[in-house]
Design a binder for this molecule. Structure first.
Ligand SMILES: C[S@@+](CC[C@H](N)C(=O)[O-])C[C@H]1O[C@@H](n2cnc3c(N)ncnc32)[C@H](O)[C@@H]1O
Length: 227
């Protein structure tokens, strides 16, 4: 999977991808992450990428020319999708992550300041993805969330030790509570069933806990489930 991120702050993307699991996924050739800076596509002395909004109002709007030229400079693979990180998009979810993981390339458009000149949307026609109903200062964190979540779906990113099999949402339920050493901490004990080595009992306990947790915390997830 190749990610190409259009951003005014490439270091934010590069830095996050140089740690831990993503770093290993890059080293193993499972993912490639490239950045393109629209500022490199400006034609003026000040390398200007934004300007005041027509009609007045606060903040600066990202100008179409540097963004569209930067976008058009990206070499597109056949099975490619372009997403725009935007609070106005559809919300990122397990379903969206799985759909995105089917592509060979994801081109991410990160906004900043007041956001994009509308013509960038009209020309590029990206799928707009939001992290949630709140506004961030830029699209880099949401782009990294997409890169991270999609990478976890690709074979070779997670080792056995970080396996995603039982993760929350993997089959529509939240994960069961997890415990590690010590057996007792501040008077709180690890449930006995997890210590007895009986995998049938352990699996039954965990499944019961997953359903219970989901009922309590996210009953909406159970609406169309036969449980
Ligand atoms: C300050 S925001 C612009 C918000 C825009 N003025 C609006 O109200 O819709 C700057 C950039 O941050 C990113 N961003 C902010 N909130 C986001 C969210 N919830 N999900 C995804 N991207 C977001 C987008 O790339 C956006 O262009």
């Amino acid at each position: 999977m190749r990610f190409d991120v259009l951003t005014l702050f490439p270091e934010m993307i590069e830095s996050h991808c140089s740690y831990s699991i993503l770093k290993r996924a890059i080293e193993a050739g499972v993912i490639e992450v490239g950045t393109v800076n629209p500022r490199d596509f400006t034609h003026d002395r000040h390398r200007k990428v934004d300007d005041t909004p027509y009609g007045g109002g606060a903040g600066m709007v990202l100008m179409p020319q540097p963004y569209v030229d930067a976008y058009e400079s990206v070499k597109k693979l056949e099975n490619s999708i372009t997403i725009m990180l935007s609070p106005q998009g559809e919300q990122l979810s397990e379903k969206v992550v799985k759909e995105l993981a089917e592509f060979d390339q994801i081109i991410c458009l990160c906004g900043h300041y007041e956001g994009f000149d509308e013509r960038i949307r009209e020309i590029i026609k990206p799928r707009e993805i939001s992290l949630g109903d709140f506004v961030l200062t830029g699209g880099e964190l949401p782009a990294l969330c997409v890169i991270d979540a999609v990478s976890r779906k690709l074979e070779g990113t997670l080792g056995k030790i970080e396996s995603a099999e039982d993760d929350s949402f993997s089959d529509g339920l939240l994960e069961y509570p997890q415990y590690t050493k010590p057996r007792e901490y501040r008077g709180l004990k690890v449930p006995e069933v997890l210590l007895n080595g009986n995998h049938k009992d352990i699996n039954a306990f965990r499944q019961e806990q997953r359903i219970l947790r989901t009922k309590l915390r996210r009953p909406d997830l159970l609406e169309n489930k036969d449980i």
